[in-house]
Write a protein that binds this ligand. Structure first.
Ligand code: PLP
Length: 367
């Protein structure tokens, strides 16, 4: 078989038809209102609040800033328990707030933080837990909430992967004190760059909305040491357009996911994420763990790369093995996460991925 003409990347950003986007941004040439909570921003905030089943929601320029400013809004101190099996953003947001991350290991089957190990890590300095719904797999939300409530801790979810995921009819946005969503170009739903925080307590609106606009409350009052976290109108326009096509996109993703499952389910040495009853998935990623398979993860990665197919070692390395944290943490403290980071590949996954390409990817993996 010859080399493929175009390489297949791990993801491909969803975009609306060009004309649709142009229609959406056309009014901006009349209003000249480009950012600072304009009309499109307000419309998107309202629609997403509904979509995510969030009680309160605030849009941000990106997911990371949303998380960083949300942590600031809760006035946390001391230590924050989190997972090393995540994207750099989660831990950096904690550290950039002057807080100390404490890494809890993860569960072997769905890679989320292991709630059974949380309590042993709580000290008198702990102020919050920041779990991650990795690959859209929801954390053990009830157990985490029970522990947090008993110890008076805040729970702020990194829900960057969990757009549209629901459990028992409840949106991912409804768990904990707050949840950050990312609308980065590579995510299930995008606003080019973008993000939001959903939060439980309506009293937090003042702080969260204030922090993203330099803490400016009105023309003469600057009450908070904020930054610039505002989503602009061009981002919001992309978001409004992409939202219209989202149901079809999710349906297409489901078909891709099912095709992968047909090929890979039950293969010895290959571990797939478990399906949970009552959970509405978003098919954001296709994580596959090679554990005791006849090829290592890195061999599979190589073989696919040679054929122009580019999966990702997501997440490798673990955060506690990062160069910038090498003097402070060690991945040996979280062996399950360290092992997962060496075993997992996320295979190409996006709405327009042809099913024949899925067949081809699986053939290379299994041959
Ligand atoms: C994408 C992502 C973020 C950061 O979101 P941005 O919108 O890219 O800033 C944070 N955490 C996780 C787990 C992510 O995947």
């Amino acid at each position: 078989m010859g080399r493929r003409e175009e390489s297949v990347l791990v993801t491909r950003s969803s975009m609306p038809p060009f004309e649709e986007y142009v229609e959406m941004i056309r009014p901006l040439w009349g209003s000249h209102w480009l950012t600072n909570m304009g009309d499109l921003h307000q419309r998107l905030e309202k629609e997403l609040k509904h979509w995510l089943k969030a009680e309160n929601l605030s849009l941000f320029v990106n997911g990371h800033t949303a998380l960083e400013m949300t942590l600031q809004a809760f006035h946390l101190s001391g230590e924050v328990i989190t997972t090393p099996f995540t994207f750099a953003s989660t831990t950096h947001a904690i550290v950039r707030n002057g807080l100390t991350p404490v890494f809890c290991d993860i569960r072997e089957d769905d890679y989320t933080i292991d709630a059974d190990q949380l309590e042993a890590l709580i000290t008198e300095k702990t102020s919050a837990i920041v779990p991650v719904h990795v690959y859209g797999n929801l954390c053990q939300t009830e157990k985490i909430q029970e522990i947090a409530s008993r110890h008076g801790l805040k729970v702020i979810y990194d829900a960057a992967h969990a757009f549209g995921v629901e459990k028992g009819g409840r949106g991912a946005a409804s768990f904990g004190d707050a949840s950050m969503f990312s609308f980065h170009a590579t995510k299930v739903y995008n606003t080019i760059e973008g993000g939001a925080v959903a939060y439980r307590d309506p009293e937090m609106a003042h702080e969260i909305n204030g922090l993203k606009n330099f803490g400016i409350l009105d023309e003469e009052t600057v009450a908070l040491v904020g930054g610039n976290g505002k989503m602009n109108e061009f981002q919001a326009a992309m978001g409004l357009c992409n939202l219209r096509h989202l149901p079809q996109e999710l349906e297409k993703r489901r078909k891709v996911w099912e095709r992968y499952m047909e090929h890979l389910k039950g293969v010895p040495g290959i571990r797939l994420c478990p399906e949970r009853p009552g959970v509405k998935m978003n098919y954001a990623y296709m994580p596959v763990a090679f554990s005791g398979f006849r090829k290592t993860r890195d061999q599979v990665f190589q073989e696919l790369s040679c054929q122009g197919i580019h999966p990702r070692k997501y997440f490798y390395p673990c955060v506690n093995a990062y160069q910038c944290y090498q003097d402070r943490f060690s991945s040996e403290d979280t062996p399950v996460a360290a092992k997962a980071s060496k075993e997992i590949l996320t295979l190409p996954m996006y709405a327009d991925l042809p099913l024949e390409t899925v067949d081809e990817i699986c053939r290379i993996v299994l041959q």
